[in-house]
Design a protein. Sequence first.
Length: 259
Amino acid sequence: METSHLLVERSGAVVWLTLNRPERLNAFSPEMIAGLTREIEHAAADDAVRAIVLSGAGRAFSAGGDVKTMGQSSASKAYEHIGRLNRLIVTMKSCEKPIIAAVHGVAAGAGFNLALACDLILAAEDSQFILSFANVGLVSDGGGSYWLPRLVGPHLAKQFFFTAEPIPARRLYELGVISDVVPAETLREAAEALAVKLASGPTKAIGKQKRLIEHALNATLEDILEMERLIQGVMVETDDHHEGVAAFQEKRKPVFQGK
């Protein structure tokens, strides 16, 4: 269900979710967060959906928290708001469909962290990423304190959080945070091409691989070896596995169904 703060577009097996508060640089609202959570839950349960793209309307991906309403909050309101945001982030990571962030303009604060919660990030070459929490006397929310140290190490993560300085997309690409940097005018085309490629792949296997990688961040080698063993026992009986083997033997391109 589309809301005024979130646009939902279906293109084949790909769902596009577009943050839609351009007059506020797509700053989060309760309506937007609830809509994202709901649509990702629906996509996760819909076998016909095989990839998801997150983007922003207007001049930016997302400014994160709405500074216009800051300073009017209380501890209880903050707990409630961040609880909604936490549910969204957990929903994204538990969704066994690939989620791509297509970032242009600026991704600031929790908007940056929303992109980090996606599986892959494509960014316009002129885009900027800012962990802006320190500028307003706050700490990270939306999982940035979890994602960034694992991607760039604790010392560089501290620098980015402490200084709140803009980080060019190119630098994050060089650090391995961003999957690719493309000209701004080709960002949607590049995101669509990647989404279609993933959607035409063995999405059941991709979803299980996503799960394995997430568990690997906090598991022992022995834990992951056992998880791989158990999941692979399921995967060898899937239609996609049989199709992949047949296509290899017949020297043709496989046609995966996500089954």
